[in-house]
Design a protein around this ligand. Sequence first.
Ligand SMILES: [Cu+2]
Length: 129
Amino acid sequence: MRMMGVLLPILLLTGCGGAVDLTQPDPVAPEAPTRTATVTAAGGKFSPAFVTIAQGGTVTWRFGGPHTVTFTGSAPPGGSIPLTGAGNAVSLRFAEAGDYDYVCTRHIAMGMRGVVHVEGRPRQGDTYH
Ligand SMILES: [Cu+2]
């Protein structure tokens, strides 16, 4: 009988400790930008028109009709994408951080424009004084 008195509290404690505490939020890791994004060029617009990627990441444009991806300021090493027909996909890699504004020269009057936002990161070998 003495054993039962000891065992019961232990079992209750175990049951409690094993339960998931839903009141505590999961620890949230700092959100890192993804390294890739896909933009659809169709129907007179880029969707999504604004994408964020990490430095060194890649954006792929999927063409649903004849469109261009023409950078109006900074351009990635591959440069702009000339007129490209439906069914094609073209990827560009962005080595440098910054904002890359672009338009479709055919449909600029329709407001067919987009932005690739490339988030920077400290480079290996950088020193801070
Ligand atoms: Cu277009």
